[in-house]
Write a protein that binds this ligand. Sequence first.
Ligand SMILES: C[S@@+](CC[C@H](N)C(=O)[O-])C[C@H]1O[C@@H](n2cnc3c(N)ncnc32)[C@H](O)[C@@H]1O
Length: 240
Amino acid sequence: MGRRFRLKSLKALILTTPKNIKELMTTQFARPEGKAGQFFTLAMNVFNFKLYNAVYNYVSKEDGARILDVGFGNGDTLKRLDEKLNAELYGVDISPDMKVAATKANAEAVAVGRMKLETASVEQMPYEDEFFDSVYTINTVYFWKEPEKALGEIMRVLRGGGRFLCGFYSRAYFDKYKNFRSDDEKYYTVGELRELVKQNGFENVKVKLVDGKKFMYCLVAEKRGNEVDNDSGDECGQLP
Ligand SMILES: C[S@@+](CC[C@H](N)C(=O)[O-])C[C@H]1O[C@@H](n2cnc3c(N)ncnc32)[C@H](O)[C@@H]1O
């Protein structure tokens, strides 16, 4: 009787909650907010640590490297990088609540200026051209409204020879949970994401498998370096 009552109340609670479960899941992954946002981002930390480790493998390990996290959520990946690297860490996230959460999680690094967090969208980032040695993003690509613009912006802020890393779940994973998918989101196959990144000017685009179940991947790409044409070795002379 008691258990039945609890199930009934839970169902009632779900039905009478202003946002139903699907809406809650899609909004809280795309733009976490409030208490629910804190809960969902904590859950992501548990489920996605393999993606965080994959990103760590490919970011610049140079002392003083500038590294940008696009869509940092509660700042857990930045925290892990801060513990391991001697880097300048930056982050943008579209959710103001996530800036608060990530600042709290990284209070000391933010206070001394080793980590700088902004509320901004990937499509328009507040950084100079060629500023970063590495730019990474984990589980955000599905929410980009204008993927070409986002990739163009990442290309702009990345230095020549720098790396872009994108941790993601392939469309095959989301196909298993069709009821929770949102029409506003875009899920990519490995081939589709690789092509998109290539078509937007990145080079040496590779996709690494991160888990045994073949759902989690880390795309690794480079921005072309500033090569100098040394063919003749002569300095450019004056026109006659
Ligand atoms: C699923 S969460 C992933 C959080 C974190 N990267 C992680 O793996 O734990 C997606 C995050 O991307 C942010 N986001 C969504 N669209 C964005 C955009 N256009 N620009 C910047 N951040 C965005 C959301 O606010 C959210 O914090």
